[in-house]
Ligand binder design. Structure first.
Ligand code: UDP
Ligand code: MG
Length: 333
C-alpha cells in the first residue's frame, strides 16, 4: 500500500497494564521508536487494570507530552482478559493490536502484523516458534493445553498463540456482540472466523518487573477456556458414571458367584475403603465440574458489568471523564 494511503489507516495498540511501573520506561522507548517507524496513525490505549503502584501516574506524566494516548483506569483489578475486552470495546481504529506491556510482544512483530493485515487479512496472530526464559514444564503444559483445547472444543484455535494479535474493525465489531461474562479472548476471536493468519516470532522474556500471571491464574484461564467452549466435561461425567455403574454390576455378579457357587468369601476391608475413597473423590470432582458450569450460568444471569471504569484520560489535553462511574458500554455488555 502506498505511503499516502497508509497514513490514513489508524491502528490502536491495546496494552493492559497491572503494576507495570518497572517496565514502562522501556515500553515508552519502544513505542516511540515504533511510532516513528510507521506511516499509519498509531494510537495507544492503556487499560490500567487496578494497579496499586505508580503505573497510572507514570503513563500520564510521560504520555502527557504525546499525541493519541488514552488511559482507562479500572476501579480495581478485573483481570487481563477483561482488560483486553474493555480495550476492544473502546477502540475506534481500523485495526487493534493487543499486546502485553512487558515487551514480550515486540513492536517489530506488530509492524509485521500491520503489513500482513494490509495484504488482506482480518486477524493476524503472533505464533510463538520459540519462547525464551520459559522453563520446560511451562512450555510442555502450555503446548499440551493448546493442542488439547483445539481437539476437545473443535474450535479452530491456533496452537502456541497468546492474545498478541491484530484484529481488524469488522472482527472487533463482531467481538463486541458476543458479550460473555468471562471472555476467553483468544478462543472467541478464533471462533469468530474471518480470514485469519499467523506471523511467526520468537517470544522474548519479560523486559523488567515480574509476571502478573501466577500459576493459579494460568490454571483458571485454562479451565475458563475449556468451560466456555465445550459442555463435553459434563457428558464425560455422565459416561464415566455409567461405565462405573456397569462395572460395579459385573463386580456384584462376581461376588455372588464366589459366595454361592464357590462357597468361599472374599476377604479384605482395605480394598473396600480404598474404593469408597476413590469413588468419593470422583463424585466430588464431577460435582465441582458441574458447579463450575452452574457458576458460569449464574454469572451470565446476573448480567453485572464486566468492569467498572474509575477514570478515563486522554493525552490530547481533555480528560474524557473522571469520577466513579460504570461505562455505558459496560452496563450494557
Ligand atoms: N495484566 C493485567 N491484569 C492482570 C494480570 C496481567 O492487565 O490481572 C497485564 C500485564 O500488565 C501485562 C499482561 O497482562 O501487560 C500480561 O501479563 P504478564 O506479562 O504478567 O503475563 P505472562 O507474560 O507472565 O504470562
Ligand atoms: Mg509477560
Amino acid at each position: 500500500m502506498s505511503r499516502s494511503l497508509s497514513e490514513h489507516l489508524h491502528v490502536c495498540l491495546i496494552i493492559p497494564v497491572f503494576n507495570e511501573e518497572d517496565v514502562l520506561p522501556l515500553l515508552f522507548e519502544a513505542l516511540q521508536a515504533f511510532r516513528n517507524d510507521r506511516d499509519e496513525r498509531i494510537s495507544i490505549l492503556f487499560i490500567d487494570d487496578g494497579s496499586t503502584d505508580g503505573t497510572a501516574a507514570l503513563i500520564r506524566s510521560v504520555a502527557g507530552a504525546w499525541e493519541d494516548v488514552q488511559l482507562i483506569t479500572f476501579s480495581r483489578n478485573f483481570g487481563h482478559q477483561i482488560a483486553v475486552t474493555a480495550g476492544l470495546n473502546l477502540c475506534e481504529a481500523d485495526a487493534a493490536i493487543v499486546m502485553d506491556a512487558d515487551l514480550q510482544d515486540p513492536p517489530e512483530v506488530a509492524g509485521r502484523m500491520i503489513d500482513v493485515w494490509k495484504d488482506g487479512h482480518d486477524v493476524v496472530y503472533g505464533h510463538r516458534i520459540e519462547r525464551e526464559q520459559v522453563g520446560w514444564f511451562e512450555r510442555f503444559t502450555a503446548g499440551v493445553y493448546y493442542r488439547f483445547f483445539r481437539s476437545f472444543t473443535g474450535v479452530d484455535a491456533p496452537v502456541d498463540t497468546g492474545d498478541f494479535r491484530l484484529i481488524s474493525k469488522p472482527v472487533i465489531d463482531a467481538f463486541r456482540s458476543l458479550n460473555e461474562q468471562q471472555p476467553y479472548v483468544r478462543g472467541l476471536v478464533s471462533w469468530l472466523g474471518f480470514r485469519q493468519t499467523a506471523v511467526d516470532y520468537v517470544r522474548p522474556g519479560r523486559a523488567a518487573g515480574t509476571t502478573k500471571y501466577p500459576w493459579r491464574r494460568r490454571f483458571d484461564l485454562a479451565l475458563d477456556g475449556l468451560a466456555s467452549f465445550s459442555g463435553k466435561p459434563l457428558r464425560f461425567a455422565m459416561r464415566l458414571g455409567l461405565l462405573i455403574a456397569a462395572g460395579s454390576m459385573l463386580g456384584l455378579v462376581w461376588v455372588l458367584i464366589v459366595k454361592y457357587v464357590m462357597e468361599t468369601a472374599i476377604t479384605g476391608w482395605a480394598s473396600l475403603t480404598f474404593a469408597a475413597f476413590f469413588f468419593g473423590g470422583v463424585q466430588l470432582f464431577f460435582l465441582g465440574v458441574m458447579g463450575s458450569y452452574l457458576a458460569r450460568v449464574y454469572d451470565e444471569v446476573k448480567g453485572r458489568p464486566r468492569y467498572v471504569v474509575r477514570d478515563s484520560w486522554h493525552s490530547n489535553g481533555n480528560a474524557v471523564s473522571s469520577g466513579p462511574r460504570t461505562t455505558p458500554e459496560s452496563s450494557t455488555t
